[in-house]
Ligand binder design. Structure first.
Ligand SMILES: [Zn+2]
Length: 62
């Protein structure tokens, strides 16, 4: 029977992250833009009765 130690050193797993980024977004009722709930700047901006869409920031993923 294969033991875990036969497979080599332990490989640390990542904690589960939701793969569905949409969980963090809601659609603004005013401008229709997806708002990232994790970013209060965006949330507060879209709370305003009148506002324009925000320019999407360039997200750098490393
Ligand atoms: Zn909005």
């Amino acid at each position: 029977m294969t033991k875990p130690s036969d497979l080599g050193p332990p490989i640390k797993g990542k904690p589960h992250e939701p793969s569905d980024e949409d969980d963090h977004f809601y659609k603004c009722k005013i401008c229709g833009q997806p708002v990232d709930m994790r970013d209060l700047r965006q949330v507060m901006w879209h709370e305003q009765p009148r506002h324009e869409r925000l320019r999407p920031e360039v997200v750098t993923r490393s």
